[in-house]
Ligand binder design. Structure first.
Ligand SMILES: Nc1ncnc2c1ncn2[C@@H]1O[C@H](COP(=O)(O)OP(=O)(O)OP(=O)(O)O)[C@@H](O)[C@H]1O
Ligand SMILES: [Mg+2]
Length: 408
């Protein structure tokens, strides 16, 4: 045997002995065949899988016409319809129940990339008080949005129901939840989302009557029927739309949602539509009637007329003040939604509102030029000029990676 071979064999022997000692010092390893994980690593792997699945599900999914036709059983179960199109109930093969909103035809100006960008933005917004957008379909003949299904439908069904199935305390919670959803859209999203169409029909209730704001971001995705403000201006529904939405070429901020939320609060207080001409006891517009009672310090009369029990008087008075503040004529005087939440919860003092309807007596008050870009209550604000062109040409901010295709 050559000296070189002797050295190699010697080293190999030494390594073998060291290896045996190491294995002997770690007896647990001997009982684990390759490929089988320790309880700890198994747990880590399951957690990671769950996490990745959750991540996947956060992305909006692209569905085909056929997926949706199967899920909705050929669009048999109509949940309702509105300015954007008809909404159908659907069920996917894994049992997930969805609401499929089939957008009506005149959204064809919107190109696929733009549509996907907007849907991508909305589909990546997650909050307990916002309806989840699971995905969308962009086919040659059909555009649709697929939402989480809300078992109790929309708030208007309960609010204007004569049986008063929901108690006032619950309505107060619904108002707070709605305000939280809006505060998230306005103040916490990476890119501020203005809803433009807050009203009871767009507040959906889950099985436990938790409120979730629906249809946010839709103003950019498609056009609506003429039940809504269109012209060259923004969106909204008469009765809820802020005055600035009706003024041509006027800058629009998130405060238009605060105004609509105020109108919603009046309806919650009165359990009646603000624009209810058939209402017997008052020919007046309900918000003005409330203001008059408030100004005359007739809170008791107001609360009795609204059928609110005396034990809820304090909450109701808080709601009255917040509603009046939210509908102030000037955008910059309206509170931001996170402050609205605190005022409704009673955790901060509510300033005494001024008359929000003074301009109706004086004639229209011109809004100050400073309003174009400043906002005293919200820090920095990006005003949005809501014209058709700005709605169509917002830069896509979502990469294709954030949208996933549904597998067949
Ligand atoms: N995610 C959902 N889950 C359950 N029902 C829904 C869902 N989305 C909508 N609906 C039902 O469909 C109806 C119509 O909704 P849609 O959004 O089309 O109209 P709208 O809210 O009355 O008006 P707008 O077009 O201004 O939003 C709602 O009133 C509600 O009852
Ligand atoms: Mg709606």
């Amino acid at each position: 045997m050559s000296p070189v071979t002797l050295i190699i064999v010697g080293f190999a022997g030494i390594f073998f002995v060291i290896f045996c000692i190491l294995v002997w010092l770690q007896p647990n390893c001997k009982s684990i065949p390759a490929g089988i994980l320790t309880p700890d690593s198994k747990f880590m792997s399951l957690t990671m899988d769950k996490f990745l699945n959750e991540m996947e599900r956060m992305k909006p999914i692209r569905f085909t016409n056929q997926h949706l036709r199967i899920a909705t059983d050929n669009y048999t179960y109509l949940l309702g319809s509105g300015g954007f199109g008809a909404v159908y109930k659907g069920v996917f093969s894994d049992g997930t129940i969805v609401a499929v909103k089939v957008l009506h035809g005149n959204s064809d100006k919107i190109i696929e990339e733009q549509f996907m960008a907007e849907v991508g933005t909305v589909g990546n917004v997650h909050h307990f008080n916002l309806v989840r957008l699971y995905g969308f379909c962009f086919g040659r003949n059909m555009r649709a949005l697929v939402y989480e299904y809300m078992g109790n439908g929309s708030l208007d069904k309960y609010l204007f129901d004569e049986n008063r199935t929901i108690e006032f305390e619950k309505l107060h919670e619904i108002a707070i939840g709605t305000a939280k959803g809006l505060a998230y859209l306005h103040e916490e999203c990476q890119q501020r989302i203005i809803h433009y169409d807050i009203k009871p029909g767009n507040i959906l209730l889950d099985r436990n009557l938790n409120p979730k704001v629906a249809d946010f971001g839709l103003a950019k995705v498609c056009n609506r029927k003429n039940t809504h403000i269109t012209l060259t201006r923004g969106r909204g529904t008469p009765g809820y739309a802020a005055p600035e939405l009706w003024m041509p070429n006027f800058p629009i901020t998130h405060k238009c949602d605060v105004y609509s939320f105020g109108m919603l609060l009046f309806e919650i207080l009165g359990r009646r539509r603000n624009l209810d001409i058939d209402h017997a006891e008052s020919q007046e517009w309900f918000p003005i009637w409330v203001w008059k009672r408030f100004e005359a310090e007739e809170a008791k009369e107001l609360i009795v007329a609204c059928g609110i029990e005396d034990q809820n008087r304090e909450i109701a008075e808080r709601m009255v003040k917040v509603a009046l503040l939210c509908v102030l004529y000037r955008q910059e005087s309206r509170p931001i939604m996170s402050v609205v939440v605190k005022m409704l919860e009673g955790s901060i003092e509510i300033p005494k509102p001024l008359n929000p309807f003074q301009h109706m007596i004086d004639g229209t008050v011109p809004l100050p030029a400073s309003q174009t870009n400043t906002d005293t209550s919200a820090g920095s604000v990006s005003s949005v000029m809501v014209t058709e062109s700005s709605l169509q040409s917002a830069p896509p901010i979502v990469t294709k990676l954030e949208i996933e295709s549904a597998s067949t």
